[in-house]
Ligand binder design. Structure first.
Ligand SMILES: Nc1nc2c(ncn2[C@@H]2O[C@H](COP(=O)(O)OP(=O)(O)OP(=O)(O)O)[C@@H](O)[C@H]2O)c(=O)[nH]1
Length: 211
C-alpha cells in the first residue's frame, strides 16, 4: 500500500532505451545478487505506488514473468526517456483517469529509496512545484521524477513538434522541486550502464541488503 497521505501515483519503469554501453539487450533483466534488476525495482517501488507499468519497446512477451502492463513508446526512433514518460502519461490518462501523478524510474536502478515517492510529493507540494526530480550528492537524476498527467499534451508538443530531447530542458519550463538523497555509503540512484557496473552493483547489493 502506498504511504498514507501521498497522492495516488502510477509508477513507470523506463526500459525503452537501446543499452548501447551494455552491448544491447535489456538492462533490467541483468542479475545482481541472484535477482534481476527489474525484480529489485518492482520490490522497491510497488509499496510506494498505486500500480506499476513497464515502458519497453519490442516484444513485450519477454517480460511476461513480471506480470506488468508493458507500454511501448508512441514516438518512434528512440528519442530518449521523455518518450517513455510521455507513453506513461498517455497510458495513465486512458486507463487510470483517477491518477494525476506518474513517478518515473530508470529500470536499471536497483537500489531506489524506500521514501522516493513520499519525499518527491512532499517537496513539490511544499514548494508549489509542477514537477519534482531526484538527486544524490551533487548529481541530479532527471529521469527519476514525478510528472503531472495533465502536462502530457505539452510534453508531446515539446517532443514531437520542437524535437526536444533533454529532460532538463523540458523541466526548466516549470516550477521544479529537487529532492537530494545522500550518495554515501550507497547511492540509491546508482545505475548499471556497463558490464563493469554490474560487478560494482554486486558489491553494493550487500550494502543495500544491510540497510
Ligand atoms: N522509452 C524510452 N526510454 C529510453 C530511451 N532512451 C533511453 N531510455 C531510458 O532512459 C533511461 C536512461 O537511459 P540511458 O542509460 O541514457 O540510455 P540507454 O539506452 O539505457 O543506454 P545507452 O544506450 O548505453 O545510453 C533508461 O531507463 C532507458 O531505458 C528511449 O528512446 N525511449
Amino acid at each position: 500500500m502506498p504511504t498514507t497521505g501521498v497522492p495516488s501515483t502510477l509508477g513507470v519503469l523506463l526500459a525503452g532505451g537501446l543499452a548501447r554501453r551494455m552491448g544491447g539487450g535489456d538492462k533490467p533483466m541483468r542479475t545482481i545478487g541472484g535477482r534481476t534488476i527489474l525484480e529489485r525495482v518492482i520490490a522497491r517501488l510497488s509499496p510506494q505506488c498505486s500500480g506499476l507499468i513497464l515502458n519497453a519497446n519490442g516484444d513485450p512477451a519477454r517480460f511476461a514473468e513480471f506480470g506488468l502492463q508493458v507500454v511501448a513508446d508512441d514516438v518512434p526512433g528512440f528519442p530518449g526517456p521523455l518518450a517513455g514518460i510521455l507513453a506513461a502519461l498517455d497510458w495513465a490518462a486512458a486507463n487510470r483517469p483517477e491518477i494525476e501523478w506518474v513517478l518515473s524510474a530508470a529500470g536499471d536502478c536497483p537500489f531506489l529509496p524506500r521514501d522516493l515517492v513520499a519525499r518527491l510529493h512532499d517537496a513539490r507540494a511544499r514548494e508549489n512545484a509542477q514537477l519534482a526530480v531526484a538527486a544524490s550528492g551533487q548529481q541530479s537524476h532527471p529521469v527519476i521524477g514525478l510528472w503531472r498527467v495533465a502536462l502530457r499534451n505539452e510534453l508531446r508538443h515539446a517532443l514531437v513538434v520542437e524535437d526536444l530531447r533533454k529532460i532538463d530542458r523540458w523541466t526548466a519550463r516549470y516550477p521544479l522541486a529537487t529532492v537530494t538523497w545522500p550518495a554515501e555509503p550507497l547511492d540509491p540512484f546508482f545505475n548499471a550502464n556497463t558490464v563493469e557496473d554490474i560487478s560494482e552493483a554486486e558489491r553494493l547489493a550487500a550494502l543495500d541488503e544491510a540497510s
